[in-house]
Design a protein around this ligand. Structure first.
Ligand SMILES: [Zn+2]
Length: 245
């Protein structure tokens, strides 16, 4: 009886451990400083790519400014790409500034910005952190003449979103902004266009597109809770830093 109890206990302890989220720190020396790098994806190719990128640079402060015009779908869509990649304190940071604009009452604009900063931003950050990348998104609200800040219009019509027109959800009765993970997934997809990735779902207008799995962030952010990026997509974002040595 005792033996059986022990076996049951061990079984539950082991299965509990297996269901625990895989957030493991892997430590190695970076310029004689211990460097912590958190990943919880199973993509060994991405993990070793990021590790070797960090190990290649012997100094701990390096910033690359990435700026180009990106034509996708046979030159059909133009997206202005403008972000920074930095190595700081032994980790790779992705830096981007956006300005949220909304064609409606100021009170709602403020709620939209609050929702983006206090709700979706955490979702964006934890997504990139799974690949060991630290996203630093500066979110401004209202108006600005600064050309280096990407302007984002916000729309309640999720069928009409693109890289510069993001989604938001209002309560139809009160007009309050609703925090909804689905909205964050859509906006993370749109944000990732601004890092130079193109859509990966089938569109007969764009036959040259590289199609990805159903779980890919650039394929289908509307319905899937768990989304991912491939090695080629991560490499494309980091190329100006990690490949352009
Ligand atoms: Zn898209």
């Amino acid at each position: 009886m005792l033996k059986l109890k022990t076996i049951i206990l061990v079984f539950f302890a082991v299965s509990y451990c297996y269901s625990w989220p895989v957030y493991y720190p892997s430590t190695f020396l970076f310029q004689n400083n211990p460097y912590l790098y958190y990943v919880d994806n199973n993509n060994l190719q991405i993990n070793s790519y990021i590790r070797s990128c960090l190990q290649y640079f012997s100094y701990d402060r390096l910033t690359r400014h990435v700026s180009y015009n990106f034509l996708t779908c046979n030159g059909h869509y133009l997206t202005k790409i403008n972000y920074k990649i930095r190595i700081l304190n032994g980790r790779i940071e992705l830096l981007k500034s956006i300005l949220i604009q909304y064609d409606g009452p100021n009170r709602q604009l403020q709620m939209i910005c609050d929702s983006m900063i206090n709700y979706c931003y955490h979702y964006f950050r934890s997504f990139y952190l799974r690949y060991g990348l630290y996203l630093k998104l500066k979110i401004y609200c209202g108006t600005s003449d600064d050309e280096s800040i990407t302007k984002i219009n916000v729309t309640p019509y999720i069928d009409y979103v693109d890289a510069n027109n993001w989604a938001i959800k209002f309560d139809v009765n009160t007009g309050e902004v609703l925090n909804d993970p689905l909205i964050c997934r859509i906006n993370l997809h749109e944000l990732t266009h601004l890092f130079g990735l193109e859509d990966a779902y089938y569109d007969h207008h764009c036959p040259n597109r590289q199609l990805q799995s159903y779980y890919n962030l650039m394929t289908n952010p509307w319905t899937q809770e768990y989304l991912e990026l491939t090695f080629n997509q991560i490499e494309k974002i980091l190329y100006p830093l990690c490949n352009d040595r």
